[in-house]
Design a protein around this ligand. Structure first.
Ligand SMILES: [Zn+2]
Ligand SMILES: [Zn+2]
Length: 216
């Protein structure tokens, strides 16, 4: 009888972002199709006149489109500005994060540097469109697709929180059987344990026992 030690060592390829085992027809891809769809859904929230990015503007000043009471302000007094939506809207925020990824993708593909045109809203619309057009390539081949997903999911969640006034998701500490504490949120796509390198999918990681505070 043969010993099938090589089979024991073999591990089926998994999706970078969520850790799920890839389907037959997904083999060779960096990310599974579900994760590609998730990334596309996140990107689609942002552009357009009724998108999250445009909606941030309504949250800049308390009392306007916000949850606070409507205050009447004299014409000469400057309105207090909320900093969180501003930091997402300004250069260095959402638009810059997405543009940095598009520059990176162009470099990976050997294309020339993308050009930005128009105001920030127009640039946002353009960069989202360009990323979505190339998403299939990125989810198939880009080695850093998991980082891309994490970053855009996080930035979209931040925008959502500002627009809806929702509070930040609280991180949950769960315990890996190896003793390492993992900090995740309910919307996590999955996590890799720093201690034993086990890759958990979303459901698996949320099934882990809660870690004791003292162990965190
Ligand atoms: Zn996946
Ligand atoms: Zn572990």
């Amino acid at each position: 009888m043969h010993h099938l030690t090589t089979l024991d060592d073999y591990s089926w390829p998994t999706c970078g972002p969520c850790g799920r085992q890839l389907h037959q027809d997904e083999l060779g891809r960096v990310a599974c199709r579900l994760c590609q769809d998730r990334a596309d859904n996140a990107l689609r929230q942002l552009p357009g006149p009724s998108g999250l990015y445009a909606s941030l503007a309504a949250r800049l000043t308390p009392g306007r489109g916000g949850d606070g009471p409507v205050v009447s302000v004299s014409r000469t007094a400057p309105l207090p500005v909320r900093l969180e939506p501003l930091s997402l809207m300004a250069r260095g925020g959402v638009v810059t994060i997405l543009q940095a990824w598009l520059v990176d993708w162009h470099e990976q593909l050997g294309w020339r540097h993308p050009r930005w045109e128009g105001d920030l809203q127009q640039q946002l619309d353009q960069v989202v469109q360009a990323l979505r057009i190339n998403l299939e390539w990125a989810a198939t081949e880009h080695p850093a697709f998991a980082d891309f997903m994490q970053e855009i999911s996080s930035v979209v969640r931040q925008c959502e929180r500002q627009v809806t006034g929702e509070r930040a998701e609280r991180p949950i500490a769960v315990a890996c059987p190896c003793g390492t504490t993992l900090r995740v949120t309910v919307s996590t796509p999955g996590a890799r344990c720093r201690g034993c390198a086990t890759q958990y999918g979303r459901n698996e990681v949320l099934d882990l026992p809660l870690a004791h505070r003292a162990a965190a």
